[in-house]
Design a protein around this ligand. Structure first.
Ligand code: DAH
Length: 342
């Protein structure tokens, strides 16, 4: 086949392919195929060597004309494609300013947040300072320093998530008491809110929940101080007529230990469904700080005494707002959350 036939053939091929070019990508591929360094037109130009010298100028003219014709062809396709692509983008980005706006739902404070803020406000009014300990603790702070050594049966009360041999997710905010007493000499008066974790899951337990811990250490602190403070707290959070009572209990880090009940704020103590007919509702654990715990933190138990208390924030929220399933506190449903106001 002589060069002229080849040129003709290439022209036909180009006419044929341009019909199918619908995207910039295929356009680029076609440009490479015909005009690229190793493309078909370049191959013909390379073959000029074999053409007899007297025919070369004429051949060169023909080939240059072919190249120019091809370039123009592709350029015009390119500008047509660009225009189409732009039109498509404009139509996709079209905004109808007359469309009604999407109405976004208002959020609300979570019952936990409301109770936590209320507790902080009540206790800071009594002179407590806030201390927040870490959620990842070691065995010493969470158990041993709280008078709960390795083989202590009280460890069974708190099914623990271990992260490593000596690292765990704290099971109680009481761990923070030790961190405070190690670093601060009495008088100490701290309130410690935070998340705690236990391998426990049913209608009244969740693997993660929140506690509020309190600790007071000074000269001459007695159980009467604890009782007086609790009376004040109960009135503020559950209402004016509420009384408290202490029942003997056991925690390794307090001696004596007590369970604190409040008189039922629903029925005034006569007995109803909320208090299961008893007139009393259990709200927290407390006690006088065990002298072994004070000693371990370098505080002389003959000079100083203290009380501590710890409560579940979800439990207080459920009691106060009449929430019967703890799962509702973890679902984040705004229809549920919006029912609670300060
Ligand atoms: N840490 C206890 C628990 O999680 C609650 C508690 C009881 C905390 C008595 C205290 C306390 O500070 O004195 O069950």
């Amino acid at each position: 086949m002589d060069v002229q036939d080849k040129i003709k053939k290439i022209e036909e091929q180009i006419e044929d392919t341009v019909k199918d070019i619908k995207t910039s990508k295929t356009l680029q591929e076609m440009k490479m195929r015909f005009l690229g360094k190793t493309g078909e037109i370049s191959a013909l130009l390379k073959n000029m060597r074999d053409v007899p010298p007297e025919q070369r100028p004429a051949m060169g003219k023909l080939l240059n004309a072919l190249r120019q014709w091809t370039e123009e062809k592709f350029d015009s396709i390119e500008s047509r494609l660009k225009e189409l692509e732009l039109k498509k983008r404009y139509s996709e980005e079209k905004i109808d300013v007359t469309m009604p706006a999407e109405i976004s739902d208002d959020g609300a404070y979570h019952p936990n947040t409301l109770i936590r803020n209320e507790l902080i406000s009540i206790f800071s009014g009594m002179g407590f300072e806030i201390f927040e300990g870490p959620e990842i603790e070691n065995d010493y702070y969470n158990f041993t320093a709280l008078n709960t050594p390795k083989d202590h049966p009280a460890r069974d009360m708190q099914d623990t998530f271990y992260l490593a041999e000596d690292l765990l997710l704290r099971t109680q905010t009481s761990a923070g008491q030790i961190r405070v007493m190690e670093n601060k000499k009495p008088p100490i008066k701290i309130l410690s809110p935070g998340k705690v974790y236990r391998s426990d899951d049913d209608a009244t337990h969740s693997p993660m929940f929140s506690q509020m811990e309190g600790l007071v250490v000074d000269k001459g602190i007695t159980l009467c101080d604890l009782k007086g403070m609790l009376d004040e707290f109960a009135k503020k959070i559950f209402g004016g007529g509420v009384k408290t009572r202490l029942r003997p209990s056991y925690f390794p880090f307090t001696e004596p230990s007590v369970e604190v009940d409040v008189s039922c704020f629903e029925c005034g103590g006569n007995g109803c469904r909320l208090c299961k007919g008893t007139g009393w509702i259990e709200v927290l654990g407390a006690g006088m700080v065990n002298r072994r715990v004070l000693e371990g933190c370098g505080i002389d138990p003959d000079e100083y005494t203290g009380f501590a208390f710890g409560m579940g924030i979800e439990r207080i929220a459920m009691l106060k707002y009449g929430i019967n399933n703890m799962k509702l506190l973890f679902e984040g449903d705004t229809r549920f959350l919006k029912q609670f106001k300060d």
